[in-house]
Write a protein of this length. Structure first.
Length: 751
């Protein structure tokens, strides 16, 4: 054994019991060799340890070892039948059953030459296994270019286990750069189940979760509206906080579309812009485009800017390209494209506010047109809030808006809404909160039919009293200890009647709020500031919850009803409000994860006068274990409201993910409209998970306009640790199947 360190002595040891010669050399060279040793130690302080059954040579220059030889330096271990070690050059040459272990990676071959200090060398006729990437393969030769970089010549690479892998990448040259986290292959052929499925002169892929520039795997799909569609994305990793993805996309029925997605992230601002453009051969060869941009920025302490801009070239764009990556994110409405810029102020004091410019692009459906909303150019909101220790809370809201519309009444509106409430009567088991407010509205209108009504105004006062109690008791929930609460609540509201019908006031932004549990505890039954509903009403509610010892809420049940002491008269349009009776519908709800496997969500709206349930929203979500989920939802609305037309519907929604055979999973969703006796949305597919690859075949049908649907087929092969071929259906699966879990990803059982 030769061990190198800073000590200036030389010793020999003989281990006769093992028939091995063990030599410990602590270098004692001359002045030049002392400098060489200092340089070596500055690069790697780890000692070099060699063992073998037979040793010859000079311990200060070179040694040869035979039979069961092992050379160790740090994380590098070399085993072979014969080893020559040049101490001066720190070089190892090995022959016969050579095995190398480097940082957990294993290489077996015939011959090896390796400099231990730099990690540079080569090995012939190798079989290798890479620990961190769980990859393996074989090759004619491997060149260790440094401790982080290795180049494999005329070999194969795979993440499959076993001697006969399902897939492998056959290359003339494969460079693995651990430092950069990149694999680079030349003249690569991807072989799957013995059949070449793809080939390229050059391909690169990540060895870690980090990002890198280069072409992404091409996607091939088919769609009713676009025909056969081929996309070859290119990803440009501009900087750690900036990137750009290009999406050239060829559609057999429409031609070539160019798209891009740019993202940026700075300390004070961040955003993303998506854009696509084409000359559509199936649309009279017209130019068509779509753009979506979001930007958020901190201008000054407490001052922020947010921009959300979306636009398309024509009304049919969302219908013709339902899976456009411009619309491929939450918050995008395919009929109303928002174009909003907002500047906000909130410095932690009593004052806060926003200045907003808001407009919309309306995508009209010829068979189902919708109204054009008003543009707000601008809208200014100021809010003053003061909370003191005596329990008095003072809030004053100011809002100025300029409403613009191409055909309807337009003008300015100023709203002042002062409020004072008293929150001192609150204990751990009860609360009483009285509140007094006023809603003052002033208009300056143009394009009105009656020129005398250009500046109407009104002041509407409101008094409310909110109160509740909290009771608790020990209970049992499905055999587990829990705390059950009983929480009665009473909410009274009185708002004076001010005539607002008959065309006295415009309606820029008001609509009737949908009756819901939260709506029961709002003063105004309208959303917006153009209608302030008169009220003399009391809401009674009862809530009960089951809480486990760790605070987790297992079940929440509630019932609520509103009682009118006088009939509301303010309506949404020019006519008075429709008679709603002395009391509202009864609302009942139950929601929670009642067991570790089952989640329940149910809402019922019961009309006592007719003795029927007006609305039902009932859903059961069952997930007994990972990769198994079944969902059932039933929704019905049988109301006939004069102020809210087209509300009637009845549908059932079934979705799930379930194993159908060993390693095979079925996925699907069907949304069936019972009142129209037709299928709305649907999705059906299968997934297969092997040891080192995943297969997905999914078909999705989506309505894009009245009596128009689009069917898209997703076909994907995902190779673990390399890339994927086909079109990724993951967003469609996650959106359509609540509780869906991706194959090959760590899953966490339900709590």
């Amino acid at each position: 054994m030769i061990r190198r360190s800073n000590s200036a002595s030389c010793q020999f040891f003989l281990r006769t019991a093992l028939a091995a010669c063990v030599l410990a050399v602590f270098a004692r060279p001359g002045h030049a060799q002392q400098n060489w040793l200092a340089d070596k130690l500055s690069q790697d302080d780890a000692p070099t340890i060699i063992e073998g059954e037979q040793l010859t040579g000079r311990p200060d220059r070179e040694v040869r070892l035979q039979r069961q030889v092992e050379v160790t330096r740090g994380q590098t271990v070399v085993n072979a039948n014969q080893v020559y070690y040049d101490i001066i050059d720190d070089r190892v040459e090995a022959d016969g059953d050579v095995r190398v272990l480097r940082a957990g990676d294993r290489f077996n071959g015939n011959t090896l030459k390796l400099k231990l200090d730099t990690g540079i060398g080569y090995m012939d006729s190798i079989v290798y296994r890479l620990l961190k990437r769980n990859a393996q393969g074989h090759a004619e030769r491997i060149d260790f270019e440094s401790e982080d970089v290795a180049t494999i010549s005329n070999g194969v690479y795979t993440t499959c286990n076993g001697p006969d892998p399902d897939w492998y990448l056959k290359t003339s040259k494969l460079t693995l750069d651990d430092g950069a986290g990149i694999g680079q292959a030349r003249n690569a052929v991807l072989v799957f189940k013995g059949v070449p499925v793809a080939g390229t002169p050059s391909i690169s892929f990540p060895l870690t979760e980090g990002r890198k520039s280069g072409f992404l795997a091409p996607t091939l799909t088919t769609s009713t509206n676009t025909g056969l569609q081929l996309t070859v994305p290119y990803y440009w990793d501009i900087a750690p906080n900036r990137d750009l993805t290009l999406f050239p996309r060829f559609m057999s029925t429409r031609g070539l579309m160019l798209g891009a997605d740019a993202r940026y992230l700075e300390r004070e601002f961040a955003g993303e812009t998506r854009f696509e453009f084409m000359n559509d051969a199936d649309y009279a060869n017209r130019s068509r485009y779509a753009v979506s941009a979001r930007h958020n920025q901190n201008l000054y302490p407490g001052v922020g800017l947010a921009v959300d801009y979306n636009a398309v070239s024509d009304n049919d764009y969302a219908r013709d390209f339902p899976f456009s990556h411009v619309f491929d994110r939450p918050g995008i409405n395919r009929r109303l494209l928002s174009q909003v810029a907002t500047m906000s102020y909130s410095a932690g004091g009593p004052w806060s506010g926003t200045l907003q410019l808001a407009d919309f692009q309306v995508l009209q459906d010829r068979n189902a047109p919708i109204g054009i909303p008003y543009a707000r150019l601008p809208q200014l909101n100021l809010n003053y809030s003061d909370f003191n220790d005596n329990g008095f809370n003072v809030n004053v809201g100011y809002q100025y808006t300029n409403f613009s519309h191409p055909t309807a009444v337009q003008g300015d509106r100023l709203v002042v809404n002062p409020r004072v409430s008293y929150d001192y009567l609150r204990t751990p088991g009860s609360f009483i909160v009285p509140s007094l407010s006023a809603h003052a509205t002033y208009y300056n209108l143009n394009q009105v039919a009656n020129s005398t009504m250009t500046a109407p105004s009104r002041i509407v006062p409101t008094f409310s009293l909110d109160s509740g109690l909290l009771f608790e008791r020990s209970a049992s929930f499905f055999g587990r200890d829990a705390i059950q609460t009983l929480e009665p609540r009473a909410y009274y509201t009185y708002t004076s009647y001010v005539q607002q019908n008959g065309g006295l006031y415009p309606n820029f932004d008001s609509t009737i709020a949908d009756l819901s549990y939260g709506m029961m505890f709002r003063e105004n039954r309208f959303i917006g500031n153009d209608r302030i509903g008169d009220a003399n009403q009391l809401t009674l509610a009862m809530t009960s919850r089951y809480l486990e010892s760790d605070g987790a809420e297992r079940l929440r049940m509630a019932i609520a009803q509103r009682f009118n002491f006088s009939q509301p008269r303010v309506g949404l349009g020019t006519d008075p409000a429709v008679n709603s009776g002395e009391k509202s519908d009864v609302l009942l709800l139950a929601t929670g994860r009642v067991t570790r496997e089952t989640r329940l969500d149910a809402n019922f709206q019961y009309n006592q006068q007719r003795g029927e349930i007006n609305r039902v929203n009932f859903g059961v979500y069952w997930q007994p274990e990972p990769l198994k989920v079944l969902n059932v939802q039933y929704r019905r609305d049988s109301r006939n409201l004069a102020d809210i037309p087209n509300t009637k519907y009845e549908l059932v929604d079934l979705s799930g993910q379930w194993p159908i055979a060993p390693r095979w999973y079925g996925v699907g969703r069907i949304n069936y409209l019972l009142d129209e006796n037709r299928v709305g949305q649907s999705l059906l597919g299968v997934e297969h998970q092997a040891d080192c690859w995943i297969f997905r075949l999914v078909s999705q049908r989506v309505p894009t306009a009245t009596s128009t649907t689009n069917t898209t087929i997703f076909l994907q092969l995902e190779f673990n640790g390399l890339s994927s071929l086909g079109t990724n259906p993951m967003q469609a699966l996650r959106f359509n199947i609540p509780g869906y879990q991706s194959l090959g990803q760590p899953v966490t059982p339900a709590r």
